[in-house]
Design a protein around this ligand. Structure first.
Ligand SMILES: *Cc1c(COP(=O)(O)O)cnc(C)c1O
Length: 466
């Protein structure tokens, strides 16, 4: 598969390059030149297969010729053996026609594991193939950091430096990162905010000599390999709920638009997906864009679903590229306008395309708490606030007479990861799974640094020079 940039002015690359480079040189995002097809026969075959086997089948066209089918199958087997449920991504029924898709059965208990577990192994494989090494630098406000650390720990050729804002992640999130005792994992607590951490990472990448010398790389959510890996659970869930004969709709708690974009990709590949519902918390740029046609930035306010506290959804650009007829130069001009003005009016055909394929809604903090309490009351079951955002929207915004297909609500985190909000809503403390309970007694490995680029730069060179 070859990949082009959404802004039309970057070299056409193969999978291995797209994997390692992340962002395109023109500031755009890489997308495949064309999507492979999944036929009704394929879907019927998948009924019999394990998750890692479906993953290998679905992803093979995206990674060829950088990886052979057998090489890929080895990596998907290894990646998904780290999940605690035999289905990897199980579904459970909440009410008639309403299902939860449990994306949190991976090693760090959030949906980030599904993509990152595979990404770490893909990186290791590609670096070995090129006989080279890489220093991955990232900033996290929580879930991505622990999933990336788990995915990269002890992998050949990779050093990982993960920045988090000191005192501004939950204790569980911090311990998930800092209790990993691996020589290639370097946790840094920055005396500052998450934005300060992101600015430091950007500044490191902006230092060209350093970037080349240390071969800096990223694992951020715009990496196409992450989107591709996420298409797999749309396929397996659709198959469980009746595909190819019957269509399914999904409601997705959304921040950077990576998860729900993967659903759109699966639908374009031929999976019978009817509606894709974008659910946001009160940081609702996507819901407002869908309603008004104007994509306008507003201030980010903290919520109980912090993984969705974003001002701009970076992966939305990929959908705009498709809906606008894949015209890179035009999209580059639009994105320049958006950057300058902090708003962009969608063209009428783009807005019509968005509404044709997607619904969107936002949930208030009160609604989220009420939904967590309601599910506890009717099912005796605790759900996390991100999941509750999606379930709120799926229930409140159902068409008159209900969804015409089964509605699958993406459950993106284990409730124990966001225990405070769950206790607040229900008075009950979610039980810590054994992997989290054990964290309290382990030693922590982290370095506290000031919010200072030169100090961080010295640290990266000292720790990560091959
Ligand atoms: C990252 C994350 C999301 C948002 O996913 P996007 O792909 O950014 O839309 C939702 N819930 C949880 C728990 C997450 O970690």
């Amino acid at each position: 598969m070859r990949y082009i940039s959404t802004r039309g002015d970057a070299p056409i690359l193969e999978f291995g390059d797209v994997l390692l480079e992340g962002l395109a040189s023109d500031g755009g995002l890489y997308v495949p030149v064309e999507l492979p097809a999944i036929s009704a026969n394929d879907l019927a075959d998948f009924v019999e297969l394990e998750y890692h086997e479906v993953a290998a089948r679905v992803l093979a066209p995206f990674v060829a010729p950088s990886l052979s089918v057998d090489e890929l199958a080895e990596l998907t087997l290894d990646a998904y053996s780290t999940f605690t449920h035999p289905d990897v991504v199980p579904t459970s029924r909440l009410a008639a026609g309403e299902h939860l898709v449990e994306l949190f059965r991976g090693p760090t208990l959030s949906f980030k594991d599904v993509a990152l577990a595979l990404l770490g192994r893909l990186f290791e494989h590609e670096l070995a193939r090129r006989s080279t090494t890489m220093t991955i630098v990232g900033a996290t406000s929580g879930d991505t950091g622990s999933a990336a650390i788990d995915a990269c720990r002890d992998r050949e050729g990779i050093e990982l430096v993960m920045l988090h804002p000191a005192g501004r992640v939950t204790e569980i999130q911090r311990r998930q990162m800092t209790t990993v005792d691996s020589p290639n994992i370097h946790n840094v607590a920055i005396d500052g905010t998450f934005d300060d951490c992101q600015d430091l990472v950007k500044a490191l990448f902006g230092d060209r000599p350093l970037r080349e010398r240390m071969r800096l790389g990223a694992v951020n959510s715009i990496n196409w390999a992450r989107v591709a890996a996420q298409t797999v659970y749309y396929v397996t869930t659709a198959v469980k709920l009746g595909a190819p004969e019957r269509a399914v709709s999904f409601c997705v708690p959304t921040g950077n638009f990576g998860n729900v974009l993967a659903g759109d990709v699966a639908r374009r590949m031929g999976v019978p997906i009817d509606r894709l519902v974008v659910a946001t918390n009160h940081n609702d740029i996507l819901a407002r864009t869908h309603r008004t046609g104007d994509m306008a930035i507003s201030e980010v306010r903290p919520s109980t679903s912090p993984a969705m506290d974003i001002g701009v959804s970076s992966n939305f650009e990929r959908l705009l590229f498709e809906l606008g007829g894949r015209r890179g130069a035009a999209l580059a001009a639009d994105m320049a306008h958006f950057r300058a003005e902090a708003s962009l009016a969608l063209a009428p055909d783009v807005l019509a395309g968005l509404r044709a394929g997607f619904d969107a809604g936002s949930a208030s903090e009160d609604e989220v708490a009420a939904t967590i309490a309601a599910v506890d009351e009717t099912d005796g079951r605790l759900i996390d606030p991100h999941t509750a955002v999606a379930l709120t929207v799926a229930r409140r915004d159902a068409p008159a007479g209900g969804w015409t297909t089964p509605i699958a609500v993406m459950s993106t985190a284990h409730p124990a990861k966001f225990g405070e909000a769950v206790v607040e809503a229900t008075g009950r403390q979610p039980e810590l799974p054994p992997s989290l309970a054990a964290l309290a007694d382990r030693d922590e490995y982290l370095t506290a640094l000031p919010n200072d680029l030169a100090t961080l730069r010295d640290f990266v060179i000292a720790r990560c020079t091959p």
